[in-house]
Ligand binder design. Structure first.
Ligand code: NAD
Ligand code: ZN
Length: 349
């Protein structure tokens, strides 16, 4: 078992990684409290008996699986169920699921009585390496992703790799999208990914690399919990990824992160922000996980979504975090027209 801690002014968050840690550690939080379990329909179908074995009679709220559930209507339904369950200030909410369950569950825990204990039990690779750690919680509203949310650190995160045995390969690829991003930010992770390029999809390898990624994110969150500076680095690839995710859809978030990184890497090279050798190394890794980069039509309109990105400082420029060299990155701010020109020439050829 590996333990990683994040101490912030509001909360000490203890992240434990290891096979079997869910069944071993979750019962420790139960004694003497009323508790509440949030999960989704897929996870409940697979792990309902384990949830029952660990949480006994605690109420279990089952969200329909999928991003469409991550909205304000579901949030208020969950809060109503928490009221009905008679939760009090010392109660625990356990979010057992992927990033959707973690994000909405974390926000419900933050809001109920202005904050009750939250334990994250991430069951997807993406949630284990990224979304369960660092305290960002949110729901989508209308077409705007993560627009209503709060920073709220979980008291504990139980990262149990045994959940990944039932995860479809496509969801593993999704998590690998964020893992490749960590590689572009952290030389040690990049070395590991290139040395193990043949076993990136092996659960044994993922159990090794997951704590490394969490440690990277934990250090960033310790230094910049509220994303005033350093934490923005974790948005690498995400400007274009979010634009394409909103405009085209049809792929997972992590797949779009790989696509976003691919295009932004080419832009970085053209702008002289990185070297050809380093760009080739990262491109090889991206393609190994993603397979082919899809060609897109109508990219001028997709680019408009990047113009609206909340990370931009001004309306006529697009900001991107791009790889520079081993373990370093740069922020590129391009006039919108120039960014759009790059995307059109790269994505439509
Ligand atoms: P998800 O929660 O929708 O899970 C993906 C699919 O896997 C779902 O169908 C789910 O039911 C299923 N699933 C979950 N666990 C499973 C298991 N063990 N076996 C089989 N199937 C399982 O999606 P996700 O990729 O985990 O998370 C995406 C969400 O995370 C997005 O809403 C994104 O905005 C958010 N996110 C948040 C942060 C953050 O810092 N808070 C960071 C990255 C992403
Ligand atoms: Zn992401």
């Amino acid at each position: 078992m590996k333990v990683i801690e994040i101490h912030t002014p509001s909360q000490d968050s203890v992240i434990t990684c290891g096979a079997g840690c869910f069944k071993r550690l979750a019962p420790r939080f139960l004694a003497g409290h009323r508790n509440f379990v949030l999960t989704d329909s897929n996870v409940h179908a697979l792990y309902g008996q384990d949830i029952k074995a660990v949480f006994g009679d605690a109420p279990v709220y089952i969200l329909p699986a999928g991003e469409e559930s991550k909205n304000e209507v579901s949030l208020f339904r969950i809060l109503q169920a928490m009221i009905d369950a008679g939760l009090h200030r010392n109660s625990f909410l356990f979010a057992v699921g992927g990033g959707v369950v973690g994000d909405i569950g974390g926000l419900a825990a933050a809001l109920y009585m202005r904050g009750i204990h939250c334990v994250q039990v991430p069951t997807t690779l993406l949630a284990q390496v990224d979304s369960s750690v660092g305290g960002k919680t949110a729901v989508d509203m209308g077409k705007v992703k993560n627009v209503v949310g709060a920073f709220y650190q979980p008291e504990a995160v139980l990262v149990d790799g045994t959940f990944l045995k039932t995860l479809p390969a496509r969801e593993i690829r999704c998590g690998l999208g964020e893992i490749v991003k960590y590689g572009a930010l952290n030389a040690k992770i990049l070395d590991s990914l290139t040395e193990n390029a043949d076993r990136l999809f092996d659960l044994a390898y993922l159990a090794e690399i997951t704590p490394e990624c969490i440690e990277h994110k934990a250090e960033v969150v310790r230094l910049d919990e509220r994303e005033r500076g350093l934490r923005k680095s974790l948005n690498m690839g995400h400007t274009t990824a979010h634009a394409f995710e909103l405009f085209y859809g049809g792929l997972s978030h992590g797949e779009f992160v790989l696509i976003g990184m691919y295009y932004e890497l080419k832009i970085a090279l053209a702008e002289g922000a990185t070297t050809a050798e380093y760009a080739a190394l990262l491109e090889g890794l991206i393609l190994r996980v993603l397979g082919e980069v899809p060609r897109y039509e109508g990219v001028e309109r997709a680019a408009e979504y990047a113009r609206l990105d909340k990370k931009n400082a001004a309306s006529d420029e697009v900001s991107m975090i791009v790889p520079a060299d081993y373990g370093t990155y740069a922020e590129l701010r391009l006039p919108f027209e120039k960014y759009r020109g790059y995307l059109v020439s790269l994505a439509e050829k």
